[in-house]
Design a protein around this ligand. Structure first.
Ligand code: SF4
Length: 404
């Protein structure tokens, strides 16, 4: 990905699913026009999901994901199938690739059922039409009969001969995955508003650049023709004094919420990057309700701390050190924690009394939605870093006043 690219979380995710050797990788190469995936006659060549960003009009920026075979076997194979399932959780458009040479098998129907169950719009692609003697219309009719689905789009293609690849791309382009159109902050502010962003550049900050939520926030503010004054915590007081009028809003890194709340006058709106991200990703209400579960934790309870990306943990890391310590101080006793990061969100949340999730800037809407639903289905409340820290610091009401 180049510096000018749309971040992956904001791209439409198109996942290719199918059995080993159904020709997913060749098809992905044909669609992207690049040799992004290794193609081989040997079953199971794709061992990890492979991602490729591209523009696919009229959809715009998309990320194409080639997945390991759904029928992979053995211990490693099961792990790969698990990874494929995790890819499905963030897939906006699914491509079910069926090998015309072997016809429709139970694994294909299972993938179909999973895509339906997860409410993912999809296309059935009958691959290797050049080499198969089976009639594509007959196979389509069989698929419809086996699934009872008479409306799903089906197309026969050949990756090697490039037959119907253009038509497949047109078909993908005609799919309209649901997006909320939510904004990070732009809908809460007006042109010419002055916002102050508190962005500590401490040891945990990556060298020489800003982190994604900060970049996205600044961009959203500029898009609204408002103004952003970016400072570290130590300069916040001076920045406020330097302004002719109070800012319309102060947005802070949640880790310095308390220090900011002491500096920013009570009549100035104050919230955090993480809280705005929870709203942007569609789980602010759940995160607010989730706080009730935190209040009723008991010493024997277990909590999952989930982060959407894998970063190298520094000493005094927020997820593994600061939050557990702050929570212990607030509750007066220790609870136990598990942590997960990146796409490794566990399906089974039964042992947890609550999940505390980061802002999730690296996760797309569908993935966050899946996590919230997965937790809700199991009766496990989810809250968010920013909401939790605001609650612990006694400034929760103040931090969500902007939404009232
Ligand atoms: S995904 Fe979560 S932990 Fe990673 S940068 Fe975004 S908000 Fe922070």
């Amino acid at each position: 990905m180049s510096l000018n690219d749309t971040v992956r979380a904001d791209r439409i995710h198109i996942g290719f699913f199918g059995r080993r050797n159904a020709g997913k990788s060749s098809l992905v190469n044909a669609v992207t026009g690049q040799e992004m995936a290794i193609v081989s006659e040997v079953k199971g060549t794709t061992t990890d999901p492979v991602y490729k960003s591209m523009e696919l009009l009229p959809l715009g920026p998309v990320v194409i994901i080639d997945t390991p075979g759904y029928d992979d076997e053995g211990e490693l194979g099961s792990l790969r199938v698990l990874r494929t399932g995790q890819v499905m959780n963030k897939t906006d458009i699914g491509i079910l690739v069926i090998d015309m040479l072997s016809g429709i098998v139970q694994d294909d129907i299972e993938i179909y059922n999973k895509l339906k169950q997860k409410n993912i719009p999809f296309i059935v692609v009958l691959n290797k039409c050049d080499a198969s003697s089976t009639d594509a219309l007959e196979l389509t009719a069989s698929f419809r009969q086996m699934t009872g689905d008479n409306s799903c789009p089906c197309i026969a293609v050949s990756s090697s001969e490039k037959t119907n690849i253009y038509e497949l791309k047109e078909l993908i382009g005609s799919m309209k995955p649901e997006t909320s159109g939510r904004r990070l902050v732009a809908d809460l502010i007006s042109p010419k508003d002055m916002l102050v962003l508190v962005m500590p550049q401490d040891v945990a900050a990556p060298k020489g650049r800003l982190i994604l939520p900060q970049v996205q926030m600044i961009r959203d503010i500029l898009d609204e023709h408002a103004m952003a004054l970016c400072v570290q915590t130590d300069e916040l007081g001076s920045a406020l004094e330097a302004l002719k009028n109070n800012p319309g809003l102060v947005i802070t890194d949640s880790q310095v919420f308390k220090a900011c709340a002491e500096i920013v006058p009570e009549n100035v709106l104050l919230t955090s990057f993480s809280i705005l991200l929870a709203r942007y990703k569609g789980y602010l209400d759940s995160a607010l309700k989730g706080i009730e579960a935190i209040k009723s934790l008991k010493p024997s309870d277990k909590v999952l701390i989930a982060e959407g990306c894998t970063h190298h943990r520094q000493c005094n890391d927020i997820g593994t050190v600061k939050i557990p310590n702050w929570l212990k101080a607030k509750l007066g006793f220790e609870v136990s924690f598990d942590t997960c990061s990146g796409y490794e969100f566990p399906d089974d949340l039964g042992k947890y009394k609550a999940v505390i999730h980061c802002g999730g800037c690296m996760l797309n809407e569908r993935e966050i939605g899946y996590r919230i639903k997965c937790a809700a289905d199991q009766g496990v409340p989810v809250t968010n870093y920013g909401i939790l820290i605001a609650y612990i610091q006694g400034i929760l009401d103040r931090s969500i006043k902007i939404f009232q």
